[in-house]
Design a protein around this ligand. Structure first.
Ligand SMILES: NC(=O)c1ccc[n+]([C@@H]2O[C@H](COP(=O)([O-])OP(=O)(O)OC[C@H]3O[C@@H](n4cnc5c(N)ncnc54)[C@H](O)[C@@H]3O)[C@@H](O)[C@H]2O)c1
Length: 339
C-alpha cells in the first residue's frame, strides 16, 4: 500500500481520487485544497469526459487528514506519495518542496510553464530520495498505447501521415481565465498531442504553427506541422475555442503504408483500422480512461521500488519545450528549429 496525499481537488484531483478509491495499492491519507467546501466534500468538480471526476471518493473517511496549506500535507510524515493537481503556476514550488521533503511525486501536466520551471523540477528530482512521474496521460490511454505499438512494430508498414485533433470549449474555471497562468490551450490541452507525437516519432526537427488567443491572452487554438525527415506529414490541432456546448473531441487519423487507423473518442467503438479490400476492423480496447492505467502503473512501480520510466520528467520538459517553440512560431510566423 502507498500512502497518498492529493493537493488541489478540482477536476484532476477529483479524477485521481476516484481512481485511488478503487485501487488496491492506494491509501489516501491526506487531501488539500484552499477551498473549505471542497474539503468537506460539499463542492465537487465536474469532469470534461464522461466517467471522469464522478465524486467517488469519501471525504468523511475515518482518519483522513484535510489541509488548506499544501506545505502541511507535504510535511505530513504519513504521506509517501504527493500527488499535485494544482494550477500550473504552483507546480514548481510545491513539486520541488515535495521532492526536498523526501516524498514520491506525481505531478500533473504540464510539468511547468517554461524551461526554467521544468529544469528546476528535473534538478530537484535528480537529487531526490523519492521517485517522480509527470501525468502525461495519453501515453496510457487505451487506443493510444495501441498506436504506439503499431508504429514501433511497423504492423501496417511505415507512417506516411499522422493527424491529431483535440478541441473543446473553454473550461472557464479560475486559473484557466489567465493566459500567464494556464499558458493558453497550447500549453494546457494541445500539449497532450505534442507529447504523444514526440513519444511516437521522437523530437521533431522543427515546428511551424498558426493560432490565435481566445479567450486568454495566450494561444488558445493552434495547428502545428511537426517536421521529421522520415515522415512526410505530422499535424496536430488543439484548442478550447469551440462554442459552449460543443463537448470534448479527441481524435487521430494515421495513414500507414498498408492501412489507415482512425480513433474518435466520441464513437461507441473509438478505434478502427481500414485495410484495402477488407471491411473496417474494430479494435476492441480495454475499458476505462488513461488516468486509471497511468495511476496503476505509478503505484505498481512505487510498490516494486522501481523508478517509473514510461514518462520521465525529461520527456515532460521536452513537451513544454516543443509547445513553447510552437508559440514562438506563431509569434514570428517562421519555422522554429528544435535541433
Ligand atoms: N491530465 C489531464 O488530462 C489534465 C486535464 C485537466 C487539467 N490538468 C492539469 O491539472 C492541473 C489542475 O487542473 P484542474 O482542471 O484540476 O484545475 P481546477 O481549477 O479544476 O482545480 C484546481 C484546484 O486547486 C485548488 N488550489 C488552488 N491553489 C491551491 C493551493 N495553493 N493549495 C491548495 N489548493 C489549491 C483550487 O481551489 C482548485 O480546487 C493543471 O495543471 C492542469 O493543466 C490535467
Amino acid at each position: 500500500m502507498i500512502n497518498i496525499g492529493v493537493i488541489g481537488l478540482g477536476m484532476m484531483g477529483s479524477t485521481h481520487l476516484d481512481v485511488y478509491a478503487n485501487h488496491p495499492l492506494a491509501n489516501v491519507v491526506a487531501v488539500c485544497d484552499i477551498k473549505e467546501n471542497i474539503l468537506k466534500g460539499e463542492d465537487k468538480a465536474q469532469g470534461n469526459i464522461e466517467g471522469q471526476a464522478e465524486g467517488g471518493f469519501d471525504f468523511q473517511a475515518p482518519g483522513l487528514k484535510k489541509y488548506t496549506d499544501a506545505m502541511q500535507l507535504i510535511n505530513d510524515p504519513k504521506v509517501q506519495l504527493v500527488d499535485i493537481c494544482l494550477p500550473t503556476p504552483d507546480h514548481v514550488t510545491f513539486g520541488t518542496a515535495a521532492l526536498e521533503a523526501g516524498k514520491h511525486l506525481l505531478m500533473e501536466k504540464p510539468l511547468g510553464r517554461n524551461a526554467q520551471e521544468t529544469q528546476a523540477l528535473i534538478d530537484a528530482a535528480s537529487k531526490a530520495k523519492g521517485m517522480s512521474m509527470c501525468a502525461m496521460c495519453m501515453r496510457f490511454w487505451p487506443g493510444w498505447d495501441w498506436l504506439k505499438q503499431q508504429v514501433e512494430n511497423q504492423t501496417y508498414g511505415k507512417v506516411l501521415a499522422a493527424t491529431f485533433r483535440r478541441v473543446t470549449s473553454h473550461p472557464a474555471r479560475d486559473f484557466y481565465m489567465e493566459g500567464d497562468s494556464c499558458g493558453g490551450a497550447i500549453l494546457d490541452l494541445h500539449i497532450h498531442d505534442t507529447d504523444f507525437i514526440k513519444h511516437l516519432f521522437g523530437m521533431p526537427k522543427a515546428v511551424y504553427s498558426a493560432g490565435y488567443p481566445h479567450p486568454t491572452t495566450r494561444t488558445d487554438h493552434v495547428v502545428t506541422h511537426y517536421q521529421y525527415d522520415d515522415i512526410p506529414l505530422v499535424v496536430a490541432e488543439g484548442g478550447w475555442t469551440m462554442t459552449d456546448g460543443y463537448g470534448f473531441t479527441m481524435q487521430y487519423t494515421v495513414n500507414f503504408e498498408n492501412a489507415t487507423a482512425v480513433f474518435d473518442l466520441a464513437q461507441p467503438q473509438p478505434l478502427k483500422v481500414i485495410q484495402k479490400g477488407q471491411e473496417p476492423q474494430v479494435i476492441l480496447l480495454a475499458t476505462g480512461m488513461g488516468y486509471e492505467y497511468e495511476l496503476d502503473y505509478l503505484l505498481q512501480c512505487l510498490d516494486a521500488g522501481k523508478q517509473p520510466d514510461r514518462v520521465t520528467f525529461a520527456d515532460a520538459a521536452d513537451a513544454v519545450k516543443i509547445v513553447n517553440a510552437e508559440a514562438q512560431s506563431i509569434a514570428s510566423g517562421q519555422i522554429v528549429s528544435l535541433a
